[in-house]
Design a protein around this ligand. Sequence first.
Ligand SMILES: [Zn+2]
Length: 245
Amino acid sequence: MYSTDVIKDDFYITATRSGLGSGEIAALKKSIPDAINLRKLKINEALRLVVEKRSGKSRVVAYKLSSGKKEYVAYRVSDTDFYKLGRDPQLTNLAYPKPPSARLSSSFNPARVNPVSGKISPHNGIDYSMPMNTAVISVISGTVMKAEYSNSMGYYVEVAGKAGVKTRYLHLNKILVMKGQRVSSGSTIALSGNSGRSSGPHLHYELLVKDSPVDSLAFQPQKPKIGKLEKHVYAHIQQYERFLD
Ligand SMILES: [Zn+2]
């Protein structure tokens, strides 16, 4: 199995060079949106094919198509059909992955009323109660803009990424990164705590898009409906993914 890129190239030439027959080419053409001109990809378009060669026959088992900011991966499910999985890297996976030891203790609520004062006091993030010193990861790749202490937020880290997306991690016990540092998504940036205005060990995670707080839970990858077809697709994803990234 191998992958081949169609970049500023005529898809039909690449396909023929890869040994794809007319049936394979027709199946691909049917699956790819008409807006994509396969004879000449635009500068911001890319198509990567994963081809499997078996007993002399070449077959496209998956492909990745990106067009501007849109990107999706398609997996072969039958002779004529591909199953598409949407991927918008800028707007999915912006929710904090819940650690097994954590519990969602407070949701995003822009109209939360302070029970003492009776005034509106928005909750601009989500709270995960978790044991002290649980590793806190950065949800996005980006630059550490703040790594400091405030009376209300306690020790906190702010990471700015692409497309005006910012993430904040509050009430930490220990900060493990410095201002100006580049971090990648999934890397440990701090240990959780109970610092600042906090009534127990928890992580407050905040997602901001163009400086407006948004509900991070709305930016989770869609949970696919698992049917027979999807089971088949997901069973093969890992096998193909290393060829697609
Ligand atoms: Zn909170």
